[in-house]
Design a binder for this molecule. Sequence first.
Ligand SMILES: Nc1ncnc2c1ncn2[C@@H]1O[C@H](COP(=O)(O)OP(=O)(O)OP(=O)(O)O)[C@@H](O)[C@H]1O
Ligand SMILES: [Mg+2]
Length: 297
Amino acid sequence: MRRLLASESFEYNQMQETTIQRPAMTERPRSFHRDRPVRTADDMARHMPKVSVRNLNFYYGETRALDQVTLDIPQHCVTALIGPSGCGKSTFLRCINRMNDMIDETRVEGEILLDGRELLGPKVDVVTLRKRVGMVFQKSNPFPKSVFENVVYGPRVAGIRGKNVLYEIVEKSLQRAALWDEVKDRLDDSALQLSGGQQQRLCIARALATDPDVLLMDEPASALDPASTSRIEDLIFELRDRYTIVIVTHNMQQAARVSDQTAFFYQGELIETGLTNELFTNPTRKQTEDYITGRFG
Ligand SMILES: Nc1ncnc2c1ncn2[C@@H]1O[C@H](COP(=O)(O)OP(=O)(O)OP(=O)(O)O)[C@@H](O)[C@H]1O
Ligand SMILES: [Mg+2]
């Protein structure tokens, strides 16, 4: 009978699985360096909350996905939402532009203020709200139309018709999304011919075309290669002075690289919020420490 190779043995496979499923515990960083300037506590204090969330509960049927979440999102800052899969990050993001309204059998309690005005009430015009609060998803979702038509989609819905005005919007939005130079001669080409990274920047341009104040990004770079990811991160940094950005990411290095404030969610609760460098180097809650050092999630 043939002897088993080490790689075929039960113990060997167990060992491999154990290694994969339980990554080695790492120390949290003692200090924090990043190339881009981060907002200090004093800077942050000068920025008014653009969005204020108070005691937010969210239910899918009987299941509570958010539990008494309270968070201020300062204007012209980048707020990162982190936490293990299923902890409620996307649900929280979708509350801010009322995208959850489209899901049946859901219920929301609490308060979300945009510039001090309640946005959850029945009288709020969600079309107008979504123009002010744009959203970009994990998987880029350009329409099967030309680059030009993708960008002008929102403005056209808003009733803007003049060709020159639309062209100006296209140029401005694509420039802000750092895509203009690559596509200015391809505006009539199908958006589906662009690379994955370009398609994601096109979706950002489409979100910017309605001139929003807030940009919600749900894992915008998780499907992209490192070079495209780095372009998106540069872009987030450039957009920070003009917009208020909330980004969901599973990549803690990315949160550390791009955000000013980080909020850690766990099982629907907001466990800890802080300046990004403090939360990563000196978390106050044990669950945060365990998460950022890779003990779970
Ligand atoms: N449309 C839905 N219907 C029912 N339950 C949902 C729906 N969307 C999300 N949930 C549940 O709500 C909880 C929070 O989900 P959510 O998608 O907000 O988590 P997440 O933190 O974004 O996770 P991930 O990191 O995997 O994207 C999960 O338990 C999920 O199963
Ligand atoms: Mg999600």
